[in-house]
Unconditional design. Structure first.
Length: 373
């Protein structure tokens, strides 16, 4: 045996010896290793949830309202005549109260009075010139026109003209331009009353634009006046609440700034819906002392009572129309019908007294889950 062969045999023997030693060591260590897998059977624990039962009944239907107080009547007092503003003996100032019929403004009418007297004098002259022909052509009416002429006074309101006794007389008088002058004078007498401007209702002056000595033009705004006996507020309400509101319903309104309250009634309901909010305005007439234009009021309108409804907390809803109930220890999503949504609760129909409604936390729950309660 040569040297090379002997060397190979030794190497192979050493390798086999190492492998045998490795196997023996592995077997010994495996025998000493313990299993980390527990032999105890793991029990699946059910989650415990909180439940409640609810009974249906009658619930009040309060609708929140708020808004700014506005005068029900607000007018701009304007002039229809021209002239210089005169003193009336009463100072007109913003915030001053006046009763209905009080004289507010007086415009100098002397020129208009003289013009009216001149027109009456012209009519009197025209009638006088007509009389000789009238006596021969219509003698049956001469006496009436003579009495009318004798009673004519340019300083007094013009009196109704004698009724014609025939069509021929009517045409004759019309042809003399008598009727045209008569109705012109009647118009001017009516216009003469507009030189004095009186309060159209009891209220307060909020804006004053003129003072004594001011030259007034027709159409000029003299002042703004509001009726302090009647106010109203405009309050938007959800369209879903409209079916519970009707004209004439009472509402109590209050002001947190003044710690006072007032009574009101729904006066009218708007027709224009806000496309963005789906709200519709209602107008509430407010009565009582201490009201001021522009103040903020809020209150609650008692709508028609809701019957056979259940009041559920707002935070137990799975979705807008579903809640969890328990049937045979299993979670079931039940569909209900919301009637009215409130700040913290929802009035619904579709829940029976036997339903066990989940009222605790819904986190981690799912339909079909087995639970304890």
């Amino acid at each position: 045996m040569n040297k090379s062969t002997r060397k190979n045999i030794v190497s192979a023997a050493i390798t086999v010896l190492i492998l045998i030693c490795g196997v023996l060591i592995y077997i010994k260590m495996a025998a000493q290793k313990k299993s980390t897998v527990s032999e105890v059977v793991v029990k699946k624990e059910r989650r415990t949830v909180q439940t409640s039962t609810f009974s249906s009944g009658i619930e009040s239907n309060g609708i929140d309202v708020d808004g700014r107080v506005e005068a029900h009547e607000r007018v701009n007092l304007t002039s229809r005549v021209q002239g210089v503003m005169q003193k009336t003996g009463t100072t007109i100032k913003e915030g001053k109260y006046f009763k209905k019929g009080d004289l507010l403004f007086s415009i100098d009418k002397q020129e208009a009075v003289f013009t009216l007297k001149a027109q009456k004098s012209s009519l009197m002259t025209a009638i006088t010139q007509m009389m000789p022909d009238l006596k021969f052509d219509h003698p049956q009416s001469f006496e009436n026109w003579l009495n009318y002429l004798n009673a004519f006074d340019v300083n007094k309101p013009i009196q109704p003209m004698p009724e014609p006794k025939s069509d021929q007389e009517k045409y004759y008088v019309t042809g003399k331009n008598i009727l045209n002058q008569y109705y012109t004078i009647k118009s001017q007498e009516t216009r003469l009353k507009e030189y004095n401007i009186y309060a159209p209702f009891s209220g307060v002056i909020t804006v004053i634009n003129v003072f004594p000595g001011t030259l007034i033009s027709p159409g000029q705004t003299l002042a703004t006046m509001i009726n302090t006996e009647q106010y109203e507020i405009s309050s938007p309400i959800p369209l879903s609440d409209l079916k519970y509101v009707k004209v004439g319903q009472s509402v109590e309104l209050s002001s947190t700034d003044l710690s006072s309250s007032w009574n009101g009634k729904v006066n009218r309901i708007g027709t224009q819906i806000d496309a963005a909010t789906q709200n519709i305005p209602i107008f509430i007439r407010v009565y009582g002392k201490g009201l001021k234009d522009g103040m903020y009021l809020k209150g609650k309108l008692q709508g028609k009572q809701l019957e056979d409804v259940v009041k559920l907390p707002k935070d137990i809803f799975l979705s807008a129309e579903q809640v969890y109930i328990i049937e045979d220890s299993t979670l079931v999503a039940k569909s209900i019908s919301p009637v009215k949504r409130m700040a913290n609760h929802v009035l619904v129909k579709g829940i029976s007294p036997a339903d066990k409604v989940v009222t605790g936390s819904l986190a981690g729950l799912f339909e079909g889950q087995k639970v304890n309660y």
